[in-house]
Design a protein around this ligand. Structure first.
Ligand code: ADP
Length: 343
């Protein structure tokens, strides 16, 4: 099931469980812990009193009381001490223990804050990698929808290096568009000029200017037949064909695309399903299509990659580098305020 990165206040999430970045006592604190207790009401604290605290990296579950979420999973993140005190393993263990509890209880959706990245001082870009690393594993394996809730803009940090590489790629892309536009403008001028020159020539019935590039009737018919053939195959059919050709199962494909099962079932059932561009690209990534193949799949749904769209450029950046990890691509898209793939 999909992994969503969303910007929200976790206390507003309507899910089976939200995760609380609590402290050892489980008796409330500041940050997200304070916000959750405030929204859930006194009864949450009363239940927490019965739990006897919690160790770092472990998790315990309570009801959600006044929250829109049915449960709260309380986990205790590590305090950042420079990275040499097992912080990474302990943080991963918070996500793992919470997921295991959710699965044990048969929960179908869960929302996490970025644990340890507030008062506990864990560097946000590193914490994000740990979170996504563990959560990706679970969404690929189990039917549970996972949200990673980012509270504010500053609490989301793509690693600086990746951020600046993608940013400069986008800048280069825009520069290329400007050059292309300039080229097209010059070409239009030239065409207009040659038209004026031709019009000024004495008229004679010379069709050669047409026949240079125009196909012969036979060629034209063949071209039309080919186009109609291409038209014949809808996006949905093309997708199912590609899944077979790549030797994937449907489940492998929609999970890798970060698309949920119901959404995929709809596409499968409706031959003329009209997907959104992010959905098409999500499947292109899952199928590990190269740029040309991606363009062809997009075309089936009436889209194209544009060099003047940040969204398109970011996806292109990853495809060109053969990085087909939808979660990493979404991380970058989120950092640049773009729609995410699949989910
Ligand atoms: P910790 O003690 O584990 O560092 P904090 O609550 O101080 O926990 O911060 C953890 C993360 O939760 C931070 O990134 C912070 O921005 C975020 N956060 C704070 N309030 C909320 C909220 N209401 N919803 C979602 N995330 C929140």
């Amino acid at each position: 099931m999909p992994l969503y990165i969303v910007r929200n206040d976790i206390t507003k999430m309507q899910v089976d469980a939200i995760v609380n970045a609590a402290n050892h006592t489980l008796l409330g604190g500041g940050g997200v812990d304070g916000a959750i207790h405030l929204a859930a009401g006194q009864e949450l604290l009363s239940e927490c009193r019965t739990l006897g605290g919690c160790e770092t990296g472990k998790a315990k579950i309570t009801a959600g009381y006044n929250l829109p979420a049915r449960h709260v999973i309380h986990t205790v993140g590590p305090v950042w001490q420079g990275g040499g005190q097992n912080e990474k393993e302990l943080l991963a263990s918070c996500y793992r223990s919470s997921m295991e509890l959710a699965l044990e209880r048969g929960l179908e959706s869960i929302a996490f804050p970025l644990i340890s990245t507030g008062a506990y001082g864990y560097p946000k870009d590193q914490a994000l990698r740990v979170a996504l690393g563990v959560l990706e594993e679970y969404v690929l394996k189990y039917e549970i929808t996972v949200y990673l809730v980012i509270f504010d803009k500053t609490s989301f940090c793509l690693s600086e290096e990746l951020f600046s590489r993608v940013a400069s790629y986008i800048d280069d892309g825009y520069a290329a568009v400007r050059e292309e536009e300039e080229g097209q403008r010059r070409e239009r001028q030239m065409t207009a000029l040659s038209y004026v020159k031709r019009a000024a020539r004495p008229k004679k019935h010379d069709w050669s200017i047409l026949s240079d590039s125009a196909p012969t009737p036979d060629g034209a018919e063949r071209e039309l037949a080919r186009l109609l053939e291409e038209l014949d195959e809808s996006f949905s059919r093309a997708l199912l064909r590609l899944i077979d050709e790549k030797g994937m199962t449907d489940v492998q494909c929609y999970k890798k695309a970060n698309v949920d099962r119901k959404h995929f079932a709809k596409i499968r059932k409706d031959e003329f399903y009209r997907p959104s561009k992010p959905t098409v690209l999500a499947f292109a990534i899952a199928l590990e299509l190269n740029l040309k193949e991606t363009e062809a799949l997009l075309k089936k749904a009436g889209f194209a990659l544009s060099s003047s769209s940040r969204f398109d450029l970011i996806v292109k950046y990853f495809i060109e580098r053969g990085n087909y990890n939808v979660f990493e691509i979404n991380e970058a898209l989120f950092a640049f305020d773009q729609s995410l793939l699949g989910a």
